[in-house]
Ligand binder design. Structure first.
Ligand code: GAP
Length: 451
């Protein structure tokens, strides 16, 4: 993990939020390469989940909604984590983490932690476990009292359910259909940790698929498979780094009747990455009851009216980014030196290719290299320029941000060796190998790789 954190900082992927003020636990900023990678992950998910589907619609809801939403959804009462306090040193710990279990059952945790000492001070002075609501609170308007209190959304799913009727009325879809959303969510985690794995401000990519109850098992399986395939086929993650984890009853969220997580082999172990949940008719039933609005669906053919069931697919953008970085991080021996590189799938790499003139003080080389870059930018705008330091250093910098190709323009490109005129050197990130190709061949290679 230390190596990934260090590379992420050094190369502009992830910075601690408010770093010059000492940071703020659980909050992180994305730097120039990080934001490109994040955008690539989100765009790919959106394309596969929304644009390539005929029956999934996107929304972009407000982060702050009516507090009634979170009362009806059960989050005000049930979105809790178990915690213990230390009476001696004041430290707070997640009770389930301390007990080494996935269960959040208070009676079970009380028993498990009976003889446990505080990991901070070593004293046997822990309070019995209690639940703690993780929603971040705020006030709307100038008066900070309970009547103005609301919450920063803890999951994006909330405004998908409250827009169920709006999407039905505006798009007239037939079951099954889905509503998808990408956006920020906030959780006042007791113990944010493991770099960007557990944070307090996160971004989620969620899709709620509305179905007839009788299809719940097969639809659940299909969306589990979608997540698994996305990680392998789209992001190029190695299958041995993925595992299934089925939630026991005492581990499931208050709304879920079944839940399967994809666990990824993060540097701190196999942990949750992407969840598929069967939320049944829990949310729509509760929102219909609390709002007094009809959230049922009328099947035109059978004339049957019912509240649809929901299968949810939910993944955190930051966790996906960490998984991708951890999967792609490699060290090898190249030319007698240890080098670090990110074997990112070209379609998600922040930079697709870097163009450079062999020498920056030769105007004719620079001019030609600029022309080559302009040509390659027609394929994809993320074509970088680097003429700083020697060529080896430039390659190493690009290796560390996962740039799949480097293109170098030298005197042969200009015709010093006549048969090599208009050819360039294409250098491959993973092997360090170089080939001499025409510009159109290079363009074709890049185009194919990023498809
Ligand atoms: N709408 C369902 C839902 O929110 P969840 O299992 O609580 O379910 C879904 O969260 C996903 O969001 C997780 O699988 C994880 O990828 C991400 N996630 C949840 N809490 C997180 C946190 N504190 N920091 C980073 N990512 C988090």
């Amino acid at each position: 993990m230390e190596k990934i954190v260090s590379l992420a900082k050094r190369r502009g992927f992830v910075f601690p939020a408010s770093e010059i003020y000492g940071g703020l636990a659980g909050f992180w900023d994305y730097g120039p390469q990080g934001v490109e990678l994040v955008n690539n992950l989100k765009q790919l998910w959106w394309r596969k989940m929304v644009q390539e589907q005929d029956n999934i619609f996107g929304v972009d809801g407000a982060i702050i909604q009516s507090p009634k939403l979170w009362e009806a959804s059960g989050h005000v009462a049930g979105f809790t984590d178990p915690l213990v306090d230390c009476k001696n040193c004041g430290a707070r710990h997640r009770a389930d983490h301390l007990a080494g279990t996935d269960s959040t059952d208070i009676a079970e945790l009380t028993k498990l932690l009976e003889d446990t000492v505080c990991p901070t001070c070593g004293e046997k002075t822990l309070t019995p476990p209690r639940t703690y609501n993780m929603m971040m609170k705020t006030w709307v308007g100038p008066i900070e009292d309970d009547s103005a209190r609301t919450y920063l959304r803890p999951e994006t799913a909330g405004s998908i359910f409250t827009n169920f009727k709006n999407v039905m009325d505006s798009m007239h879809p037939k079951l099954p259909f889905g509503i998808a959303q990408i956006g920020k969510a906030f959780r006042n985690e007791i113990a944010p940790r493991d770099f960007i794995f557990r944070v307090r401000e996160l971004e989620q990519m969620e899709m709620q698929y509305f179905i007839q109850a009788k299809t719940q098992d097969e639809v659940y399986e299909a969306w589990r498979q979608f997540a698994w395939n996305f990680m392998i086929t789209e992001l190029g993650v190695r299958e041995e780094n993925l595992q299934w984890h089925e939630h026991e009853e005492n581990e499931r969220a208050h709304y879920a009747a079944a839940a399967h997580d994809i666990y990824f082999k993060f540097p701190h172990g196999f942990k949750e990455l992407w969840g598929t949940h069967n939320r049944t008719d829990f949310d729509l039933t509760n929102h219909a009851r609390a709002s007094g609005k009809d959230l049922s669906y009328l099947d035109e053919e059978t004339k049957e009216r019912f509240i649809p069931y929901v299968i949810e697919s939910s993944v955190g953008v930051g966790r996906m980014l960490l998984a991708v970085l951890a999967d792609a991080y490699r060290e090898d021996d190249l030319g007698g030196e240890v080098r670090t590189y990110l074997a990112l799938a070209p379609k998600i790499a922040p930079v697709k290719a870097m163009v450079s003139p062999l020498l920056k003080n030769k105007p004719e080389l620079v001019l030609k290299a600029r022309e080559v870059r302009a040509e390659l930018k027609k394929i994809h705008p993320a074509i970088a320029w680097d003429d700083n330091g020697n060529i080896g250093k430039r390659y190493r910098r690009q290796d560390e941000i996962g740039t799949p190709f480097c293109v170098t323009i030298d005197f042969d490109t200009l015709g010093e060796t006549p048969e090599l005129k208009d050819t360039v050197t294409l250098r491959h990130r993973d092997t360090g190998e170089q080939e001499r190709l025409t510009l159109s061949e290079v363009a074709k290679r890049i185009r194919l790789a990023i498809e």
